[in-house]
Design a protein around this ligand. Structure first.
Ligand code: SAM
Ligand code: SF4
Ligand code: F3S
Length: 444
């Protein structure tokens, strides 16, 4: 009988990709994915360290698993991801229930660790061995067969923004070989993928040099464009500093690159950007925005904001508000600064909590207003939807339009994987609701 494994995934899209690749790897040991958390041979928690209480969430979750197995044989308990990398041996010391701690650049060792696991052993693997990891996974088929699939092309970060743990948890920037990425693209397309979302902590810093050629993310986009079965291309997360003209040009040449740019700015104040060590200015950001809008006026933007960074005055905050009003981002992430252990900003004097909360609410008032306004602009209009799946227990289908809006409508599951024109009838903050426009199915 196959052994049962379940991975609980927290954090960003890269963790989702990593968890899928771990499933692909452990299948070779006879493990099978199971959603029944009460009867597992192995439980993996893939963690995120980006903000508050990340560590506490992990111990809380492990406590929950411990309770489930009070009367039974425990599964092998593994903590993976960015908290595992940051806390390493500390986790084994603090929580005896954890058997294996493994960091994101050591996942190629997961099979060995599970195969050779002896009860009572405690194992920690947190080396940065990125090249070996990707070489290992290049030889394991990516079995993901979702309509929309993530694909990591670049990992790690050399930018060291003062607030951020990622350079410490994912290690230095590394770009995968162009040909290896393409062969994974081809596997995904064979599996039925219609949309690929290229991933990296600085995805647009992708740079792979072979012989005399440097391959950039624009080369990947142009190559992906040539696969007739593939309908949509997206990428995330990009950094303003790496938004080069060849990538901007893709928004005019590519028919499959979606006109939705997630470009984190963090603050609208140059003073704060400098304190954050962001390596770009507000003017540079606006220049990129204007170039993109000029090349394709249909492009919409989303961003990430850190509110109440140490040193942020009322004036700095107002500059952020002004930027939000200018660009009218349609969907963004905004959080109060959270001091992360080991980062430069962690020792700085923090802004009063009440002021921070007030500023967060104020910025969200504008962000949500622009989001809703954009959603409302779809009412009574057609929007092009790539259908992803059926909603559990309902006759309804779920898909996304070009701007990543969730679109929900009634339909037959044969539409999954197809593009449909949906006429939007009503909307809320997060989703659009509509119906299939008769005789209006897009030629896919
Ligand atoms: N590489 C991307 C960039 O440079 O824009 C961001 C990747 S990071 C995983 C995602 C987001 O988390 C950041 O854009 C930032 O807004 C947020 N973030 C990171 N560290 C944070 C902190 N200490 N406090 C609050 N938000 C934070
Ligand atoms: Fe973190 Fe900055 Fe690197 Fe983005 S660029 S991952 S925010 S250090
Ligand atoms: Fe979190 Fe690590 Fe991603 S800290 S956001 S899981 S890179």
């Amino acid at each position: 009988m196959k052994k049962k494994i379940f991975i609980k995934t927290l954090g960003c899209q890269m963790n989702i990709y990593d968890s899928n690749r771990i499933y692909d790897s452990v299948q070779r040991l006879g493990f099978e994915k199971s959603e029944d958390q009460n009867n597992l041979d192995c439980y993996i928690l893939n963690t995120c360290h980006i903000r508050d209480k990340a560590k506490e969430k992990v111990y809380h979750e492990i406590g929950r698993v411990k309770k489930l197995y009070r009367e039974k044989n425990k599964p092998i308990v593994v903590v993976a991801g960015c908290v595992a990398q940051a806390e390493n041996l500390e986790m084994l010391k603090r929580e005896p229930y954890i058997d294996i701690v493994i960091g994101p650049q050591s996942y190629h060792k997961i099979n060995d660790k599970l195969k050779n696991f002896i009860k009572g052993d405690r194992v920690e693997e947190t080396e940065f061995d990125t090249v070996t990891k990707f070489n290992y996974f290049d030889n394991i088929k990516n079995k993901n067969n979702k309509v929309s699939s993530y694909l990591t092309i670049q990992e790690g970060c050399d930018k060291f923004c003062s607030f951020c743990v990622v350079p410490y948890t994912r290690g230095p920037e590394y770009s995968r070989p162009f040909k290896k990425i393409i062969s994974e693209v081809e596997s995904l397309i064979k599996n039925g993928t219609k949309e690929i979302i290229l991933l990296g902590q600085n995805v647009n810093a992708y740079s792979f040099k072979e012989k005399l050629k440097e391959y950039r993310i624009s080369d990947l986009i142009n190559k992906l464009e040539s696969y007739s079965e593939l309908k949509r291309i997206r990428y995330t997360t990009s950094h303003p500093r790496d938004m080069t003209d060849d990538l901007i040009e893709c928004y005019s040449t590519s028919k499959k690159l979606m006109p939705f740019v997630h470009l984190p700015i963090q603050s609208g104040s140059n003073k704060i950007l400098k304190l954050m060590n962001r390596k770009h200015t507000v003017e540079k950001y606006i220049e990129i925005y204007e170039k993109l809008i000029k090349i394709n006026p249909k492009i919409e933007f989303s961003s990430d904001f850190i509110i109440a960074y140490p040193g942020e005055t009322k004036n700095d905050f107002n500059e952020t508000l002004n930027l939000v009003k200018k660009i009218k981002f349609i969907n963004s992430f905004s959080f109060i600064f959270s001091p992360r252990p080991g980062t430069k900003a962690s020792s700085l004097d923090q802004i009063n909590k009440e002021i921070a909360k007030e500023r967060l609410l104020k910025i969200q008032e504008y962000l949500f207003k622009f989001q809703l306004r954009k959603n409302e602009s779809f009412i009574n209009n057609l929007t092009d939807v790539l259908v992803e799946n059926k909603l559990v227990g309902q006759k309804k289908l779920f898909g996304r339009n070009q701007y990543m809006n969730s679109v929900i409508f009634e339909g037959n599951k044969n539409f999954i994987g197809k593009n449909l024109n949906i006429k939007i009838e009503h909307v809320n903050q997060n989703s659009l609701f509509g119906k299939i426009e008769k005789n209006n199915m897009r030629a896919a």
